[in-house]
Design a protein around this ligand. Structure first.
Ligand SMILES: Cc1ncc(COP(=O)(O)O)c(C=O)c1O
Length: 366
């Protein structure tokens, strides 16, 4: 008998496992897709939170135009999983990677981000030599101060230079307002995101004034998509993690209207003190860095400490009936850094196991 047979009750499964509530994830997917549609922007959700083609396919069925990936190898996984329109929203450097992009162009229609001619010229030469064409967009620094070309002449000059290359097509611009997600005051958040995104709007106008078509203007994350979707010039949103709706988005970014769908099922393995329980899920199961996990069903229990393979809980008076062997669920604080620790997602509907999906993009870091 398989260890975790489909149809099994969640509480009967061995632990720790990474669980998706399928009803909630599907509802989050629908809500994000519908929000984009209602605001007349395309949805190109970032796949870094799930790294799983089957979920990307569900997003496409709900209306997404494709996916956004951080790495060439993850894009390959998505392409092999049937996704064609893939934005690699990262700088791609090195002959081996440019060759991989050229090969990817045979099974998909990727878009590659860049912020310098040195990333594009060799890619174009390889694509041209291989008889394929890759779309390229320029990442503009809209204040995140990570990568990105400077707004203004540097960007229009780069776009101009790209349009002269064979093997690539200039497809537009992107920016990421990731530095503005946690602004507390709602009006200030809208103002600062609007100012940042207006850099993309003005860049598009400058490009078009130079007769360079700029069909794509891509931005947005889950922590800001409800604002960015409404801003002038934006054609598509990269928000992805909202399909799991982590506490990071709700508590730190004040995103509402989506439901927690990603949990870890764990077992109480020790009860050394009345007010302490220890679970079988440490940092090798659950990454606590961006936001601590939440304990489901025990409002006065909280995470005290995570070591490699132990999770210590502080138990308030209403949680002290927890005993060794009990199963307990933790809402993952921020999905991205936890998904990559697991081989599989366990998908549940009404607490019955419906699917086990391999996380095929796990380890795809090149
Ligand atoms: C380029 C880019 N776009 C979008 C996002 C937002 O992703 P998510 O919606 O999963 O938070 C990120 C997050 O790091 C990013 O780096």
């Amino acid at each position: 008998m398989p260890q975790n047979p489909l149809g099994a009750e969640k509480s009967s499964l061995d632990t720790p496992i990474l669980c998706i509530d399928l009803d909630l994830m599907e509802s989050n997917i629908r809500k994000m897709a519908d929000y984009c549609k209602a605001n007349n922007v395309a949805w190109r959700p970032h796949s870094k939170c799930h790294k799983t083609p089957i979920i990307a396919q569900m997003q496409v069925r709900a209306g997404a135009i494709g996916t956004t990936c951080p790495k060439v190898s993850e894009a390959e996984v998505m392409a092999l999983g049937g996704i064609r329109d893939i934005l690699i929203a990262n700088m791609i450097v090195g002959e081996k990677k440019w060759e991989r992009v050229a090969a990817l162009c045979r099974i998909a229609d990727p878009i590659i981000a860049c912020d310098h001619f040195a990333q594009v010229e060799p890619l174009a030469a390889i694509c041209h030599k291989r008889g394929v064409n890759a779309r390229v967009i320029i990442e503009v620094d809209i204040g995140l101060n990570r990568v990105g070309s400077c707004p203004g002449k540097s960007t229009t000059d780069l776009a101009q230079a790209i349009t002269r290359l064979k093997g690539v097509t200039f497809a537009g611009i992107m920016g990421y307002e990731g530095h503005l997600l946690r602004i507390e005051d709602p009006a200030d958040k809208v103002k600062q995101i609007s100012d940042a995104i207006s850099i993309l709007y003005h860049t598009k106008q400058a490009l078009e004034a130079d007769s360079i078509p700029c069909p794509i203007v891509s931005a947005g994350g889950t922590g800001s998509f409800h604002i960015t979707a409404k801003l002038p010039g934006i054609t598509e949103l990269q928000a992805g993690g909202g399909i799991f709706m982590d506490p990071f988005y709700r508590n730190s970014c004040k995103v509402e209207g989506l439901d927690y769908a990603l949990t870890v099922l764990a077992t109480v393995v020790s009860r050394p003190m009345l007010d302490r329980a220890v679970l079988d899920c440490g940092r090798k199961t659950l990454n606590p860095d961006t936001h601590l996990p939440l304990v489901v069903g025990y409002p006065d229990a909280s995470i005290k400490r995570l070591s490699a393979e132990h999770c210590e809980l502080n138990l308030g008076p209403n949680s002290q009936d927890l005993k060794i062997g009990d199963k307990i669920e933790l809402v993952v604080g921020y999905g991205d850094f936890t998904t990559v620790l697991h081989d599989e997602f366990y998908g549940f509907r009404k607490n019955k196991l419906e699917a086990v999906w391999p996380i095929l993009g796990r380890g795809k870091i090149q």
